[in-house]
Design a protein around this ligand. Structure first.
Ligand code: SF4
Length: 570
């Protein structure tokens, strides 16, 4: 194991072995006078240490991130991180990784500052929290806020001295960011219309909140082999894209005659990771809603023990599932639980009621008579702080005071009485925004891109706006909303593979000397909910300046060839 650590890491480890954290060490290093005798690791990090040791024992070489976790836990190191940030120091790569456990991402060279990603279970915020995030963005960040594709908020341009004050400010308004980055369980998504949707089978808010509390209070669930996503779908009209998550819980109605009692159950789907061209698949397992935390916990512990810690590209849970198959994985989960999971023949599950792809935009009646939700279009998810405060005021004065973020990079007002709907639209339009589900802006999704992410091959948000402007000018006959997703790299934060049209950033070679410009590979025909599908690549290496014309061509081909307005790109 000795050759797995550099000199600095060995100093940390020898400190632990000498007493600082001996209980958490496997016991001693391969050399050095202070090496302690082997001891079984204990405590919350033990499950990870054992998995690392097993990897090394099997001849594997741990990736740097695994060494960093082991050399100094991001939680044990938090005081040091804070002290160095307070002095204005930029983090070293290993400390950038550690800061991500606290929700802070150092995003140089694109921006020489931190981006903070929050945790907002089920994406639901009070109006005062929404306005509070805007105030924090003014006080400590760049004065603007982004809605992400995990129904979450991000604030950028936070300089090192402001990193901890920003996090302290989040705590003041009842929000947090712990575990929002690095190899942790990310923001927990749930149906945005939970509790207000006449079609839903189950309100996902208590489940999402309970699972969020379960993980943020258990240190052993931090430091997985790779990041991990969990989503809850309540069966309502608005999709939550649980099929793109590692674990998805779908509310279903089990019918009479099944092997379990009829009623509401949660169907377990596993292994979604759209960037690796895979959507979560049905395991056949159903759970009672109150079992979700315990089962998700066991699934994750099997992943912790068996995930790949030697290759970041193969470290997601999907790869354990690919190697083992569902039967073996579920048997390991059952062994952890000490009991069998219930399975139900799909023939005894009522079909899911149809989703409405554009229920996140416009006015929709709630199940509470006389009340509505109103979805606002936020092109590529960006809002200035003043806009956020004005929108929070609308929620307070015209709705039930809540803001519900969606995975479509926008949000809905809920609890808006019929008599207030016109006022909401008027005030939204006065801010230069819209509630209309027309053209491509309502379905336009773009990741951070080259303006703020070092992985990006292209300026996704900028190009998304150019595409929208071009199409609105040239394809005026477009009469259905279309999903266009732009993602900057293979991490697929904007899930380009499930868009009607998807663009993934690519450097395009434009000279014999190898000069490159920003561009995209383009896929079409992706889908989700009732029509899940990974899109098919049709063009490679299209220059970004040509992307608007290519999207125009695709839309014209679709309009000319479709049988009717209901026909999708698929
Ligand atoms: Fe960055 Fe890639 Fe994610 Fe876009 S998809 S935000 S470029 S990591």
């Amino acid at each position: 194991m000795a050759e797995e650590f550099n000199a600095e890491q060995r100093r940390y480890l020898e400190g632990f072995a000498a007493g600082i954290g001996a209980a958490r060490m496997t016991g001693g290093l391969a050399s050095g006078p202070a090496a302690a005798p082997a001891a079984e690791p204990t405590g919350p990090d033990a499950i990870h240490i054992k998995a690392q040791d097993a990897t090394v024992k099997a001849g594997g070489k741990l990736v740097d991130q695994e060494k960093w976790k082991r050399a100094e836990s991001p939680f044990d190191g938090h005081n040091r991180l804070k002290a160095e940030a307070a002095q204005g120091k930029a983090p070293k790569p290993e400390d950038n990784f550690r800061w991500r456990y606290h929700g802070m991402f150092w995003v140089a060279p694109n921006q020489v500052s931190y981006m903070c990603r929050l945790r907002i279970p089920n994406g639901v915020l009070h109006h005062w929290q929404f306005a509070g995030v805007a105030d924090l963005a003014d006080a400590h960040g760049g004065g603007y806020v982004h809605v992400t594709t995990r129904a979450n908020l991000q604030v950028r341009e936070i300089t090192p001295e402001h990193a901890q004050p920003f996090l302290d400010g989040l705590a003041d308004i009842g929000l947090g960011a712990q575990g929002a980055g690095a190899d942790n369980i990310r923001n927990v998504t749930g149906s945005p219309t939970a509790g207000i949707d006449g079609q839903e089978i189950l309100d996902t808010r208590p489940l999402a909140k309970s699972w969020n509390n379960w993980i943020i209070n258990d240190r052993s669930l931090y430091g997985l082999p790779r990041k991990f996503n969990v989503a809850f779908d309540g069966g309502g009209v608005m999709p939550v894209l649980e099929e793109t998550n590692d674990v998805g819980f779908q509310a279903v109605e089990v019918l009479e005659g099944a092997s379990v009692a009829p009623g509401v159950w949660m169907r377990l789907v596993l292994g979604g990771i759209s960037g690796h061209r895979d959507l979560a698949r049905d395991t056949g397992v159903v759970l009672k809603p109150e079992e979700c935390n315990q089962v998700a916990d066991a699934i994750i512990r099997v992943f912790i023990e068996n995930g790949d810690r030697t290759n970041r590209n193969k470290a997601r849970m999907k790869y354990v599932l690919d190697a083992w198959g569902f039967d073996k994985y579920l048997a390991a989960v059952e062994e952890k639980l000490g009991r069998k999971l219930e399975r139900v023949d799909p023939a005894h599950i009522a079909p899911r009621k149809a989703t409405n792809r554009y229920s996140h935009v416009g006015v929709h009646p709630q199940k509470q008579e006389g009340l509505n939700w109103v979805g606002v279009v936020l092109p590529v998810g960006k809002m200035l702080s003043d806009e956020v405060r004005a929108l929070a005021k609308i929620a307070q004065e015209c709705g039930d005071g809540q803001i519900r973020l969606t995975v479509w990079q926008n949000f809905i007002f809920s609890g808006v009485p019929d008599a207030k709907v016109a006022e909401v639209e008027e005030r939204v339009v006065a801010l230069g925004l819209s509630i209309k589900a027309e053209g491509i802006r309502a379905g336009l999704v773009a990741c951070t891109g080259a303006r703020g992410c070092k992985f990006a091959a292209s300026d996704t948000k900028g190009h998304a706006m150019l595409i929208a402007e071009h199409v609105e000018r040239t394809v005026t006959e477009l009469d259905v909303p279309v999903n266009v997703h732009l993602t900057g790299c293979h991490h697929s934060c904007a899930q380009h593979y499930i868009g009607d049209i998807g663009l993934i950033g690519a450097k395009v070679v434009v000279s014999e000397e190898g000069d490159t410009v920003e561009g995209y590979d383009i896929v079409v025909g992706g889908g989700f909910a009732e029509t899940p599908k990974i899109g098919t690549e049709i063009w490679k290496a299209v220059k970004a300046e040509d992307a608007p014309l290519r999207v125009e061509a695709l839309l014209r081909t679709y309009l000319a060839g479709r049988q009717g307005k209901d026909e999708t790109f698929q």
